[in-house]
Design a protein around this ligand. Structure first.
Ligand code: NAP
Length: 261
């Protein structure tokens, strides 16, 4: 039985994680932490509930878990990871906004044998969208990314867009000329350049998490799109990561690393 602590348990993702881990075989939620909502009861989806602690270190020492799952905030995740890893707890991280270089630094400073798994997107379809975009960019190097999220998202561009830009940049042999912005009437109209790939971030109520990669070639375009229309889309990936993280060590990034093991 894998004992799991969910950090950010009162949030949109955290609540889904509590229910998904409770429903999965071979794992259970032993503690829930949310500094913004201490004392709040989180339903486990099976007629039970757990009360949120406001103190991660205290929760870990009261009920030592094997794995911490963190869906919190870009400003909070680094301290949470350092606390959990120092206590020998493997980490599954969905919180976006931290550069990969900082994740690598945190993992390098963690005790020997601990693992830090991060996926910018836990939805299987999004992993495939990134893979197809990278494959397409080999032959159609002109690519731009439009990512669309709900209006409460803290970071922009999204972790998925950052990762996709990096995969596209890695895959294409030539960098096409920078997108034209000679007469940018409103600053930012041409998006942000991430590794020379233009990324456009849309934030609107009603959205969950969506991304379209547009590739252009002579007389043609190719669109590769993924839509998470519900946060349950991320849960099979989170459960897979909880199941797998004990057999990893150091920093591992991307759900694709676990899908074909
Ligand atoms: P959310 O609804 O704001 O939930 C985050 C929760 O964490 C809130 O209850 C927040 O409290 C709490 N919190 C803040 N600091 C904390 C700390 N130090 N320790 C414990 N809890 C803390 O956000 P969300 O929509 O669930 O998203 C959470 C993160 O997951 C974001 O970074 C988002 O981009 C990411 N995400 C990743 C994926 C993926 O597949 N990788 C998918 C969806 C979302 P307050 O309300 O007081 O701030």
């Amino acid at each position: 039985m894998i004992d799991v602590l969910v950090s950010g348990a009162a949030g949109r993702m955290g609540r889904e994680v509590v229910a998904a881990v409770t429903a999965a075989d071979g794992m259970r939620v032993v503690a829930v932490v949310d500094t913004g909502h201490p004392g709040v009861d989180i339903p486990d989806g099976a007629d039970g509930s757990l009360a949120c602690s406001g103190d991660l270190a205290a929760a870990i020492s009261a009920t030592p878990p094997h794995v911490m799952v963190d869906f919190t905030h870009p400003d909070a995740v680094e301290a949470n990871l350092r606390t959990a890893l120092a206590a020998g707890v493997d980490c599954v991280v969905g919180t976006t906004g931290l550069p990969e270089s900082l994740l690598a630094e945190i993992a390098a400073e963690a005790p020997e044998g601990t693992a830090l798994f991060f996926a910018p997107n836990f939805a299987i379809g999004a992993v495939l969208m990134m893979r197809f975009a990278a494959e397409a960019a080999r032959f159609m190097p002109h690519a731009e990314i439009i990512e669309l999220h709900h209006d409460r998202k803290a970071d922009a561009p999204s972790g998925t867009a950052m990762r996709t830009a990096s995969l596209v940049a890695e895959a294409r042999a030539e960098v096409p000329p920078a997108p034209g912005a000679e007469t940018e009437i409103a600053p930012g109209a041409r998006g942000a350049l991430v590794e020379d790939v233009a990324v456009h971030s849309v934030r609107l109520p009603g959205l969950v998490a969506h991304q379209e990669v547009l590739l252009g070639g002579q007389g043609q375009t190719l669109s590769i799109r993924h839509d998470s229309i519900d946060r349950t889309s991320f849960m099979p990936g989170v459960v897979l990561a909880v199941r797998s993280v004990g057999s990893l060590s150091g920093l591992v990034i991307g759900l694709e690393k676990l899908m074909e093991r």
